[in-house]
Design a protein around this ligand. Structure first.
Ligand code: AMP
Length: 169
């Protein structure tokens, strides 16, 4: 495992190397533009492939091994006690960025009143972000301006990535 060596594509988006905190031959881990909880990060295949079901066996293994390592790190770094791993595979499963990615969220007691609300939060946050950045999103979504304000700056994202990258040196 190594520190970021280059920028990567995430669907139509460019992920700067300063936002990538770990990479393997086939996958990379990066901080989230709009985290649902502090420490919510993403692991993606290096190859731009929309559907998880289309990854090769090697890509699947590489992606999930990195997700496991990242999970250990973000749980520790965030002083959390549990983890949510989630994949929205396809538009009608809530996927807003057409490039395979695993969501890793550090979880704490009481962070959501009902545990399953975390999945609504992942889905809703992506829809709001897609609308605010002009990307495709399901119609009829209410734009939550408070949520929009939580979109982070490149400096904020780079600072978090620099902290997390220390665990992978
Ligand atoms: P999904 O709806 O499952 O496709 O999730 C997309 C995720 O990508 C959400 O958590 C977004 O906050 C995140 N995201 C979208 N654009 C970017 C970006 N440019 N950099 C980092 N994260 C992003």
């Amino acid at each position: 495992m190594a520190a970021a060596s280059q920028d990567y594509s995430f669907g139509p988006h460019l992920i700067r190397r300063t936002e990538v905190f770990a990479e393997t031959p086939l996958s990379f881990a990066f901080v989230n533009l709009k985290p649902v909880v502090p420490g919510h990060v993403l692991i993606s295949s290096k190859r731009v492939e929309p559907r998880f079901t289309e990854l090769s066996d090697s890509e699947v293994a590489d992606l999930w091994v990195l997700a496991q390592k990242v999970g250990r790190v973000v749980e520790k770094h965030s002083n959390a006690t549990s983890l949510t791993f989630a994949v929205q595979d396809g538009q009608h499963a809530g996927q807003s960025v057409p490039h395979v990615h695993v969501h890793v969220l550090p979880r704490r007691p009481g962070d959501f009143e009902n545990n399953d609300e975390v999945y609504d939060a992942i889905d809703d946050a992506s829809k709001v972000l897609a609308r605010s950045t002009g990307a495709d999103a399901p119609m009829g979504e209410k734009l939550d301006l408070d949520a929009e304000r939580k979109i982070r700056t490149p400096d904020e994202m780079a600072a978090e990535a620099a902290e997390l990258s220390l665990y992978f040196q």
